[in-house]
Design a protein around this ligand. Structure first.
Ligand code: MN
Length: 378
């Protein structure tokens, strides 16, 4: 008997002209990939991803085998782009659900890279398993913006991790605790950007069958705008599964305290230990503060030019921001809204991201000069 049943639906959506999503499923593996890149390269990247993961996982059905299968896609996509320069820069997300061999049966494990998602649905409740590797989502995790802001943030589509981008991709693995009748949903962001989690659960609960649920989810994404390709894979767990090992509680590290001297009264020793611990905590707080104060970069104007600063805008306690470099981009050559944003400092997670974004803002301004008729110079 199969361990699960799968229903997959995909759609080009309402706006796009081609479907760059890809999917693959059998009785031990389900994969959804969302490709990106011009000249049909996104389709190539996602197709390489699903075929590579299927082939590699068939040869090694372990957690490590699943992780390696995803890493192997990266090598193949980079190699293909090298041989076919017109596909340079192509990439893809990948979310894969594999049944790996465990001592007492089969354990479902999710591997993820990018902003496609996996959800677990049970008894009318839905739980997101994966984390999106996007700029907005990372900012949310760092506490810089709220969940509501992240959901609509203009940089939620800008991926921090994807296949085909870096030499060694960092793949997230999630062993899952499931029971029969649970449903696992794998999907591209064409579903989650159009259909809320509440709508997803309502549709799955109301559907007559797994196939109807998958079709209905895609139709709803189309009805809500369909601005991207949509792929939905629903997996219904049929039989009992192995359970992941309980994770050991996080180790509690305590501050080192000096050994009590023989003469010291017990209460005095305790006071000394408490003070030492407090001292260690305060010293740690200073280190953390210093790290936080210098952990980010931001763009602001230095005279006529856009400059990159390191630190928190306006400083933090005695940590003042320092200017790292002045770019070649004139602050006057920015779109009005970007110039306003620059006045409020544009925070970026790294120096490379800050430089990259400065370049992007300048090219966006250049393009705006082409699209709007320019007024004669006065
Ligand atoms: Mn997409």
């Amino acid at each position: 008997m199969n361990a699960w049943r799968v229903a997959v639906r995909t759609s080009v959506g309402v706006v796009r002209s081609s479907n760059q999503d890809a999917h693959w499923s059998n009785d031990s593996l389900v994969v959804v990939a969302d490709g990106m890149g011009g000249h049909a390269a996104g389709e190539v990247a996602s197709a390489i991803a699903v075929s590579t993961i299927a082939e590699a996982f068939a040869g090694d059905q372990s957690s490590e085998g699943l992780r390696r299968a995803v890493v192997l896609c990266n090598d193949r996509i980079l190699k293909d782009a090298e041989l076919n320069p017109e596909r340079h820069g192509m990439g893809t997300t990948a979310v894969a659900l594999g049944l790996v061999s465990a001592p007492d049966g089969l354990l479902p494990v999710i591997a993820n890279l990018g902003d496609s998602r996996a959800y677990q649905i049970r008894d009318g409740a839905i739980r997101l398993i994966t984390s999106d590797h996007s700029v907005a989502e990372e900012w949310f995790r760092q506490g810089r913006i709220s969940a509501q802001e992240a959901a609509v943030h203009p940089r939620r589509h800008q991926l921090t991790r994807a296949l085909g981008i870096a030499q060694t991709p960092d793949v997230d693995l999630f062993p899952m605790a499931v029971q029969p009748t649970d449903i696992i949903l794998l999907c591209s962001d064409g579903l989650t950007n159009e259909v809320s989690e509440t709508e997803i659960i309502d549709i799955v609960e109301a559907a007559e069958s797994l196939e109807d649920a998958a079709s209905e989810l895609v139709s709803r994404a189309e009805a809500n705008g369909g601005r991207d390709n949509i792929t939905v894979a629903l997996v219904e767990i049929l039989g009992p599964m192995s359970q992941p090992l309980a994770t050991s509680p996080a180790a509690v590290t305590s501050a080192a305290t000096p050994p009590p001297r023989a003469r010291t009264r017990r209460v005095t020793w305790r006071l000394g230990a408490a003070l030492a611990a407090l001292g260690a905590v305060l010293a740690g707080a200073v280190v953390v503060l210093g790290w936080y104060a210098n952990s980010s970069y931001y763009l602001a104007a230095d005279g006529a030019y856009v400059a990159v600063y390191r630190g928190q805008p306006h400083g933090l306690l005695w940590f003042a921001p320092t200017e790292i470099m002045t770019t070649d981009f004139l602050a006057a050559q920015l779109r009005p809204a970007d110039l306003t944003a620059l006045g409020n400092d544009i925070v970026e997670p790294s120096l490379a991201a800050a430089i990259h974004y400065a370049g992007y803002l300048h090219s966006a301004w250049l393009m705006s000069q082409f699209s709007t008729p320019s007024t004669p110079a006065g």
